[in-house]
Ligand binder design. Structure first.
Ligand SMILES: Cc1ncc(COP(=O)(O)O)c(C=O)c1O
Length: 470
């Protein structure tokens, strides 16, 4: 009998792919390099449950409590709680612990799906801050301070704000100004820092939301630090948050059998962060700078890493190569896996787990691809739709309404019954309960033609869509 998942993973493991994607430990190599191999040798032997001596994540009093206190000191929070269901469960618990049913929350339109799902679970109404996009790269910019303030001013009854910082692409913005403004209006500020657990490792990186005074900060330790997938943390950073309420919601939505392998991996990541993090980050930032310098003279190559410098966006669009193509060439021909691609380029997530060899391989591959470039082709895609569709139903009401399947070309002006989530970046263009627009349908149809993947829709061929009839 075939072991489908295991066999595939072993096959991929043996390919020794060069990783510019998550998780941050880069196929476990960092554990081997730094001498943690013995701790992980027979890891199945420490897979346990709540027995004498192992404490309980949902009521931590012993070793888990001590470990969380260590994390809290390291990340400068008032309290830290480990999460084993990713930042997804941290975001949902944060929102539901501060926003009662029928209340309102403000968020950036390009928020992660977990924010809208929390609104469905908790019967909360989201109000959105419009997103802005860079037309040259198709990358969503961070939140505009003036737009955030405008949205706050027109939603003064909102209980809280949740913002993505940094974005998937490493964009940051004047978060502190928004935090201060939100606090002046008595709102709690939650930060989805899923992509920013590493920020305090260098002064060359933007400040973490914790240092800027956010009330609750959720980090995917597994994405940018060396923890196992799903291992995350939520940091409580102010008296405005009810810690016990947060714990109660976590008990509702997180596994009642939290994995000790994931908990141990959080501790390993912390140990590495504390003992080696700053040195490794300095080395990483140097490597990235060297790579950028190598391509500086070629004005047709775009290598962007302006804000969070560990996220590199590489575009060969002026050489006629789409991001989807570049992604495929890097993996197919050079064994290099990027995090994601859009029409114009690829995104690389670099962490303290990457070494010199990775960057040498990357540089060699990019130089080689450039040798075969065709500058004739001009690439243009339809702009990302940033207009916020009209809302007819809040997410929870829409979720429970009956749905009807119709042809997608007949859906414009109708109420959407499902999500439309182009990947990348995995952010919902439209949510259930909102009016479908011409620009949204045109964008996904054009995107799919060019290689974009769209999820959320029941019909993955994009022929039909579920709508809600009034
Ligand atoms: C911006 C953002 N927030 C939250 C999450 C969820 O994080 P996790 O995978 O740790 O559940 C993701 C996942 O990719 C994300 O991109």
């Amino acid at each position: 009998m075939k072991n489908y998942i295991l066999d595939k993973l072993e096959e991929i493991r043996d390919e020794e792919i060069i990783s510019f994607h998550v998780p941050g430990h880069k196929s476990g190599r960092i554990f081997e390099t730094l001498g943690y191999k013995d701790k992980l040798e027979k890891i199945y032997k420490i897979d346990t449950t709540e027995i004498e001596g192992t404490d309980n994540l949902h009521n931590a009093k012993e070793v888990i409590k001590q470990s969380q206190e260590r994390a809290s000191k390291l990340f400068n929070s008032q309290k830290t709680i480990y999460l084993v269901n990713g930042s997804t469960c941290g975001i949902q618990a944060a929102i539901m612990s501060v926003c009662p049913p029928k209340s309102k929350i403000i968020t950036n339109r390009d928020c992660h799906q977990s924010v809208i799902n929390a609104c469905i679970l908790g019967d909360i109404a989201p109000s959105y801050i419009e997103a802005e996009i860079c037309k040259n790269t198709n990358i969503l910019n961070g939140v505009s301070v003036s737009k955030a303030k405008e949205t706050i001013d027109s939603n003064l009854d909102a209980k809280a704000i949740i913002l993505t910082y940094p974005t998937y692409y490493g964009m940051t913005y004047e978060l502190q100004e928004i935090i201060n403004y939100a606090h002046s209006k008595e709102m709690i500020l939650i930060v989805d820092e899923a992509h920013g657990a590493h920020l305090e490792l260098s002064d060359e990186l933007p400040k973490s939301a914790l240092a800027l005074g956010a009330d609750l900060v959720i980090q995917s330790t597994h994405k940018t630090l060396p923890a196992f997938t799903q291992s995350s943390m939520i940091h409580i950073n102010s008296h405005r948050v009810d810690y016990n309420k947060l714990l109660s919601v976590l008990r509702m939505i997180e596994s009642s059998s939290p994995s000790y392998l994931l908990l141990s991996s959080l501790e390993l990541a912390m140990d590495i962060y504390e003992k080696h993090g700053e040195r490794l980050m300095t080395e990483l930032l140097n490597r990235i700078e060297i790579l950028k310098n190598k391509f500086e003279e070629d004005e047709n190559v775009l290598i962007l890493n302006e804000m969070d410098k560990t996220k590199i966006f590489i575009s060969f669009k002026d050489y006629g190569i789409t991001g989807y193509e570049l992604d495929e060439i890097l993996r197919g021909k050079y064994n290099i896996q990027v995090e994601l691609s859009n029409f114009y380029g690829v995104l690389l997530i670099c962490t303290i787990g990457n070494n010199d060899g990775d960057f040498i391989s990357l540089e060699t591959a990019l130089q080689d691809i450039l040798l075969n470039c065709n500058t004739e082709k001009i690439l243009e895609s339809i702009d990302y739709p940033t207009n916020i569709p009209i809302k007819v139903f809040d997410p929870r009401d829409a979720f429970y309404k009956d749905k009807k399947k119709i042809k997608i070309e007949n859906s414009i002006g109708k109420i959407c019954g499902e999500y439309i989530i182009p990947y990348p970046p995995g952010i919902s263009l439209i949510s259930p309960g909102e009016i479908i627009t011409q620009e949204i349908i045109a964008y996904i149809q054009d995107g799919v033609k060019n290689g974009m993947i769209v999820s959320g829709l029941e019909d993955s061929n994009l022929e039909f869509i579920n709508i809600i009839e009034k």
